[in-house]
Every structure is written in C-alpha cells, then in structure tokens.
Write a protein of this length. Structure first.
Length: 356
C-alpha cells in the first residue's frame, strides 16, 4: 500500500526511500515485529478463552510436557496477521512471484488452522487425515509452482556445478511441489519445544533474504555464477516480514511458552521458505540452510520405517529433539543447541553461493 502510494506520487522527498528494497525489507521487519508485539497479549488471551485447556498434550511424550497443558495453540494466526499486514504495507504486489508465495503462505496457514481447530474442538491429536492434508498441500504447491514456472522455467541449478541448469521439464512441477510440501511438514515436525522452530525459521529467512536480493540483481548473480531471476528481489520483503513476525512470536513463545505456534504457523512458515527456495532456484541449497528441519523430518521417517519392519526403535523418541530430551538434556538445552546448528547450517548454505 505504501509502495503504491509512493509510486503514484512519484517517490517525492523522503518517500524516495521506499524505492529501495533494503529500506522496505528493514521496514517490513520492524513493522511485523511491532504489530506482533502489540496484538500478542490480547491475541493470546482471546485464544485462551476460546480454547479452554488448549491443544491436548501427548501423554506418551516427555512427562515434563504435561505441565504445558492449558497453553493455547494456533499462535500461528498472530504470525500470519503481522506478516500479512507488513507485506501489504511495504511490498510491490505486481509480481507473479509474490502472489505465488503468498498463495502458499495463506493456503498452508488456512490448512494448518483447520487441522488445529479440529484438534482443539475434538480434544484429540488426530486432526485432519494425513492423506487429505497431503492432497490439499500438493494442490496448493502445484498451483504455486505453475505460476512460478510460467516465468521462471524448469531448470534445476546445483551448487558446486558450473555446467548450467539441468532441465527437468514436466518433472520439475512434481519436484518443486515436493520441496514446498516436504519443507512445510518438516517445520511442522520441528515445532515441538518452546522456541525450537521459531529461531531456525528466522535464520533460514535471513539467509534467503540475502539469496533473493542477489538473485534479483543481474550484476551480483552474474558475478557469483548463480541464476538471475528478474523480480525475485521483492521476496526480500516477504522474508523480512517473516523474520519480524517470528521475532514477535518468539517473545511470547520463549520458555515457558505463553502460546504455541500450532500447525497454523509451522505449515505456513515452512511452505513459505520452500516456495521462496523454488522461486530463487535454490532448492538444493535449501536442504543445507534448512538442514535442521530435514534431520527432524528424516528422524520421523527412519523411526516409522524401522519400527514397522523390526518392532524396534532407532531413536528413543521421534522427532529427534525428543530423543535428546529422553537422553536427559533439558528442554532449553536442546532448543539453544539446535539454534546453533541451524545458524551454522545457514552459513554453510550461503557459502555455496560462490562455490560454483
């Protein structure tokens, strides 16, 4: 909105600052953070009144989590509200890439909300059926991929490889949709401890702020040997809004959490990072930057696969953050150490920008 107003007026005087992506990205962070901090207390109180005891705590999980009974969930609504308002204020909404990414963010958020709502109203952990969730997720991701490919092509760029993109043709649609859906669910699985998912999401979004800015600049992209995607630079603002919204949420989600993100937030944030990676042609780098989320998801897959065939467990409990709790690590210790891992992996992912 502010960008449209400034553009309509010809960016006069101080409004000329709005012309620059870096200014709007910083403004998006501050705006989303401010909105989140302002609406947070009333939002949490509203959720607590309407959810009663909140989402049931699993009795088969770590016993220390039983003390969290009564903490409201669906805090992702707070994240999406502050994110959306910040984006509307500072982003140029004329780009197809922006609408593709917002479609995933809001679509996954709505699906997560329906899942959370079903769990809360039925006081059950089941929620929507897994097959139905995946079907809807792939439909949302598939449409977004179609929008992106219509401008972006079907080439897959590999780090450490200088031979140019590998054209996956129609298979790219399946691959890109899989990246978006799998990352959305990976973040969802990681969201099991107070503050565990929020900071790694912030770190990943900050990494993709840099990637989106570089990819959107022809000179920087050419120098580093990475794909240039005209218009992708605007995604810097979306990443910034995610950072600000998650920082505000983390203020209330820090141990002991006053609110949980729920599927509403974790699915939306994971899907957003996934679709940004697809838009910027950094799907493989996403596996490095978001390596913590990948490991969390793999721990569940390995546990289920191995248990069904042998009746034994590889980990004491999955996802893997619960395994470390079972080993005697305090919850806060697990969270902070996982934050450190996420930060190191983000640096490793950014290092690949020059290794072509």
């Amino acid at each position: 909105m502010l960008y449209w107003i400034a553009e309509h007026l010809g960016f006069p005087g101080v409004l000329n600052l709005i012309r620059y992506l870096t200014f709007r990205a910083g403004a998006a962070i501050i705006t989303a953070l401010f909105i989140g901090l302002v609406i947070g207390p009333k939002f949490i109180g509203w959720l607590r009144v309407r959810q009663g005891k909140g989402q049931p705590i699993r009795t088969d999980g770590p016993q220390t989590h039983l003390a969290k009974r009564g903490t409201p969930t669906m805090g992702g609504l707070m994240i999406l509200t502050s994110l959306a308002l910040s984006v509307l204020l500072w982003m140029d909404l004329s780009s197809v890439y922006i609408w593709a990414c917002l479609f995933v963010t809001l679509g996954f958020g709505a699906l997560g909300f329906l899942d959370d709502y079903d769990k809360v109203t039925k006081a059950s952990h089941k929620g929507l059926s897994g097959r139905l969730r995946l079907l809807i997720e792939f439909a949302i991701a598939g449409f977004a991929t179609w929008l992106i490919v219509s401008r972006n092509g079907t080439g897959l760029y590999l780090p450490f490889y200088t031979g140019g993109p590998i054209d996956l043709s129609y298979f790219y649609y399946v691959f890109a949709a899989f990246v978006i859906v799998s990352f959305g669910n990976a973040v969802n699985l990681t969201d099991g401890l107070d503050g565990l998912a929020s900071m790694p999401v912030i770190v990943a979004c900050m990494a993709f702020m840099l990637i989106a800015y570089i990819v959107g600049r022809a000179d920087y992209a050419h120098y580093l040997g990475i794909p240039h995607v005209p218009g992708a630079g605007d995604l810097v603002i979306l990443c910034g809004a995610c950072v600000g919204a998650c920082l505000a949420f983390l203020w209330f989600n820090a141990p002991p959490a006053a609110v949980f993100m729920g599927d509403t937030g974790s699915l939306a944030l994971g899907g957003t990072i996934g679709v940004i990676a697809v838009t910027t042609h950094h799907e493989i780098v996403l596996a490095i930057i978001g390596g913590l989320f990948v490991v969390e998801a793999l721990s569940v897959i390995i546990q289920v696969f191995y248990y069904k065939r042998t009746g034994k467990r590889v980990f004491r409990m999955a996802p893997i953050h619960h395994h470390f709790e079972q080993l005697g690590w305090h919850e806060t210790t697990v969270v902070i150490r996982f934050w450190i891992v996420a930060f190191v992996l983000a640096l490793a992912g950014l290092a690949t920008l020059k290794l072509r």
